[in-house]
Ligand binder design. Structure first.
Ligand code: URA
Length: 246
């Protein structure tokens, strides 16, 4: 679809709508053959526009980040905020990039970010059963009774009247366990651990759906590949599987 250049550039965070006029006049915005556009009010398809000789950022972003401890998942809070780990241009895009469910300030690990609102809602909705894997360090030894209780579902957290969905849980060490949830309630793991009498000391999310952090150090992020985007969308019914092979 063709879009006005000033709208296109400002939505992607390159400049304000006002600044677009000056940038276009300076010759920084060209077609694929390097011919400068003349006016910011001209319309073009995003894939046919270069900014300073480079293709524009994708119109939809799906990012995977290794959230470091100490960063907050919010647009408006005391810094540091996880959005500050992204390029400044990404921080002013319209629609805004948001995290797919929040991790607490001290929680580390995998977090997805996107500007696709429908995708975001599906990934956090329990209806689509997208699994999130948490590695929990507890304050005391993990008992079989705690593991069974964490997994069984059907009971309510304090101040919550909706029963928990069943989860998967396994002991991974004397004081550690893995909890796999399809829900994302406020402080859910922390509250579940408190409810079974073994408060958590540290929480790390190691996997989201089939995605892991492989190769991403704390604070690093990358865009999903086209294949990964498809896989994620298939997992929550937004796209049909393209695997038509035998
Ligand atoms: N549950 C929590 O308690 N904290 C998180 O950061 C994520 C899930």
């Amino acid at each position: 679809m063709s879009v006005r250049l000033d709208k296109l550039l400002s939505n992607l965070g390159y400049c304000s709508r006002k600044e677009a006029g000056r940038l276009v006049k300076s010759g920084a915005v060209t077609d694929l053959q390097g011919r400068p556009f003349k006016k910011a009010s001209e319309k073009a398809r995003p894939e046919n526009v270069l900014f300073q000789g480079e293709p524009l950022d994708p119109s939809e972003l799906i990012l995977i980040m290794n959230k470091p401890a100490g960063y907050t998942c919010s647009h408006r809070d005391h810094p540091p905020l996880i959005y500050q780990l992204l390029p400044p241009r990404y921080q002013v895009r319209e629609p805004q990039i948001s995290c797919v469910g929040r991790l607490d300030k001290d929680t580390t690990g995998i977090i997805l970010l996107t500007d696709n609102g429908q995708l975001l809602h599906r990934l956090i909705s329990p209806s689509w059963k997208v699994e999130k894997f948490y590695q929990v360090s507890a304050s005391g030894p993990v008992t079989e009774a705690q593991v069974a209780r964490l997994a069984e579902g059907g009971w309510c957290l304090p101040d919550d009247d909706k029963p928990l969905a069943p989860a998967r849980c396994r002991k991974t060490g004397e004081c550690t366990l893995e909890l796999v949830l399809i829900e994302g309630r406020y402080h859910q793991v922390k509250r579940m651990m408190e409810a079974v009498g073994n408060p958590l000391l540290h929480l790390h999310r190691s996997q989201f759906d089939t995605f892991r952090l492989e190769g991403l150090e704390p604070g690093e992020w990358r865009a999903l590949t086209a294949e990964e985007e498809t896989e994620l969308k298939v997992s929550c019914g937004l796209q049909q599987s393209q695997n038509l092979g035998p």
